[in-house]
Design a protein around this ligand. Structure first.
Ligand code: EZ4
Ligand code: CO
Length: 405
């Protein structure tokens, strides 16, 4: 079964997505997500100039060989741009293989390890009272795991909170240059423990809670946060520190039993290797898109399972429904699945472009037994939403120093 053509689509139904469609001489096609938030067109160029010409005429069934060919064959390995491109190709090839086999992708991975995928919802607010009201709603909706984020009083923008935006999908489309946020570690560490204290006082300990630091702390500060949050028994603290210095996680580990999650920015399984083999993290958050596809995610899950590390794939709105569905199949299969990040099924605009059959019930997602990934892309609808250059914010400390957003 030969690859005859690969098309690349860029659209902005509320935010930018890069989608690929691999066509074959047997008429079966596959879809992949190549979205790299804020650097979308670099991936388009990588695909169109350097990946697609090398794949025309290749056998679409040779998923592993094509992945190795694109990773090793480029000589220049890894990197966010190249791995997002390779991730899209790989996911689309799994979609094709599932369609040809007449099986959902999870069957090709080894079958279901569970009936449904437990997700964690995002709950946020401008004040602790706001967050607690929204948490009550989430609990009543049936969520069993929830991520709490609250605006830090006096801060100029806080990650994970809405501020003046109505929803996450509005983060893009009107930001031709990166907006600037502020950050104060002191204010943050003084405030955040109170959020979790009050959540536990009001809702007890059955609801599982997480929190995303978004890489703002140094290792010893993260160790302090872990200790401060220990009484509130979080499911995990996410991205406490950037992943560039795995030894930093040793420091956090030596001081706290708060579980740690990391990896949404990993673009290779080798990024995860030292963190997993040293038992520095408890949940690995790599995404099929940014991590290079389903092929490396399967390797990552198996490797992590040897160290009791569980999968908690990234589920932000800048991953398209194609990546979301790839995660559903991985999550259903992976024996060491932990929890899936989930931000809802999207806006009417998004659902006009991407359609997929998934149902949420009591905080778990069920998918239909459809061949392949089970997602469709409406090329005509996508044309109505042209690309808009748009960026994530940048962060500066009070004195102007650039910090991690
Ligand atoms: O900020 O995906 O856990 N989720 C996150 C995300 C990231 C975005 C960046 O593109 O940290 O919201
Ligand atoms: Co995150």
């Amino acid at each position: 079964m030969k690859i005859t053509d690969i098309k690349v689509f860029v659209c902005c139904p509320g935010r930018n997505f890069v989608t690929i469609k691999i066509m074959t001489d047997e008429g079966v096609y596959g879809l992949g997500d190549a979205t790299l938030n804020g650097r979308e067109l670099a991936v388009v160029s990588y695909l169109e100039e350097h990946v697609i010409p090398c794949l025309i005429g290749k056998d679409a069934h040779q998923i592993e060989d094509i992945w190795q060919y694109l990773v090793k064959g480029a000589y220049w390995q890894n990197g966010a741009v190249s791995m997002a491109a390779i991730g899209a190709i790989d996911v689309a090839l799994w979609d094709i293989k599932g369609k040809v086999a007449g099986l959902p992708v999870y069957q090709l991975l080894g079958g279901k390890s569970r009936k449904a995928v437990t997700v964690y919802a995002h709950v946020n607010g401008e004040t602790i009272d706001d967050v607690l009201n929204n948490l009550e709603k989430a609990i009543n909706e049936g969520y069993k795991v929830v991520r709490l984020q609250c605006t830090i009083p006096g801060a100029k923008g806080t990650y994970g909170t809405l501020g003046d935006k109505k929803n996450y999908y509005e983060l893009q489309g009107n930001r031709p240059l990166p907006p600037e946020h502020g950050w104060s570690t002191t204010k943050y560490l003084n405030f955040i423990p109170e959020l979790f204290k009050r959540a536990r006082e009001k809702f007890g300990y059955d609801i599982e809670l997480c929190h995303d630091v978004h890489s703002r702390l140094t290792p010893i500060e993260a160790a302090q946060l872990g200790k401060l949050l220990e009484p509130y028994r979080l499911k995990f603290i996410e991205d406490a520190v950037t992943y560039d210095n795995p030894e930093g996680y040793k420091i956090i580990r030596e001081h706290t039993t708060s579980p740690l999650a990391l990896g949404e920015k990993f673009n290779t399984i080798w990024d995860a290797k030292p963190l997993i083999e040293n038992q520095y993290i408890d949940f690995v958050r790599t995404a099929a898109t940014h991590g290079g596809g389903i092929t490396p995610m399967k390797k990552l899950a198996d490797f992590a399972s040897l160290y009791h590390v569980r999968m908690a794939p990234h589920g932000a709105p800048d991953l398209s429904p194609i990546c979301f569905m790839a995660h559903m199949h991985l999550d259903l299969w992976a024996p060491n699945f932990g929890v899936q990040e989930f931000i809802g099924f999207g806006t009417p605009e998004l659902n006009e472009v991407f359609s997929f059959k998934a149902k949420l019930k009591d905080g778990d997602i069920y998918i239909e037994d459809i061949s392949g990934l089970g997602v469709e892309f409406n090329e005509e609808a996508a044309k109505k939403y042209p690309y808009k250059r748009s960026y994530l914010p940048v962060t500066r400390l009070d004195d102007g120093t650039l910090w991690n957003w």
